[in-house]
Design a protein around this ligand. Sequence first.
Ligand SMILES: [Cu+2]
Length: 408
Amino acid sequence: MSFWSQMGLQEGTSVLGVEVQGLYDYSMFLITMIFSFVSCIMVKILMKKFSGRVYLESQWLEIMWSILPVGFLVALGLPSIKLLYLMDEISLPEATIKTVGHQWYWSYEYSDSRGSSYSFDSYLVPDALMEGGYRLLEVDHRCVVPSLLCMRGLVTSDDVIHSWAIPSSSIKVDGVPGRINQISLCFLRTGVFYGQCSELCGVNHSFMPICVESVSTEVYTNWIIENHNLVLQEMANKGGNSWTWWGVLVAVAKAVGNGVYWVVSMYGMFLFYLFYYSFYIPGKFVVLGGLEITQWFVESAFAFIKWSLWFSNSPVEASIYAILYLAGNLWGAIVFTVTSPVKASFWLVKGIFKGVMGLCALSYYTFEAIAHSLTSFTEDSFREFVMQEVNLNTKKFVWIITDRYKNG
Ligand SMILES: [Cu+2]
């Protein structure tokens, strides 16, 4: 979170947050360089007379002062555009947290597990300062998220437009009534991160803070399972023991139907692929090849019959035609064998073509390398580490969930 006399951005708590920080530092560096250079030129213009008796034009100078600014703009715009698109990227999230804005509090919903929905409201704690907390930032129930695990956040609103924002993670999503916006939640470490409603929503707009508690995958998974079990228990208690033989029968029939459907669909798929690859594909090739050979044979036979008829009518003409035809074919074969230098030149052309293509590929890869170095502000080893941790946590999450569901 921010601290007194802070100059830059908050310390990044998500991959995006770190990247945005990198972009900020990089653009500030470029801007400072441009500003100082232009200031120097302007001071020089004020101090000196930039005029010469023979210095009338300079093509080279004009080309440079057109191309250099374009280069700077690209260097500033490219990383920005890349981050903009990365922000919308939701890469295979494990679970969903739904955030609903109200006048004037937030509510969180954890609903995609076991058919139950665990939700709670999150209100400001008015006298947090007295309890050692941060003023106007602490809430009674924090939004709990796992760290280093990909989650999906859905943000919407119940009344007016709100905005769910956590500056340190570069998150700001508008909660619009009647619309659902989504955001990727992947925090780099455990901790408590603060934010505030960032869209003017009424008199108590300043008093609906956002407080996210990032915990380890194990803690999160156990927490969500416990709460879902509590909700399920409450639902069962409310419903009472109102089961009937009819209900049991329907449930059993449903289960049997599901099983039969599953088995039948599996076998159907198996038989389909078996038929497709062992009969259809080979059959298709045999039939098509046979058709082609038959077509060639029929065409040749037809041409020969035609020529025979012609020969029976006017033998001289037909013979001359046949001799010319065969000689033409023979001449073609002779030319092909004698003029092997042509073949060599053909290979040369092919080689040149390949070389040009290789040069194009080389320039493409060079461009890609430059674009990569321009657009990523974190080290490759850091990103690899994050990916490894995320994979590990995903496995842990799935393992704990399946284990718990098996047992209870
Ligand atoms: Cu607000």
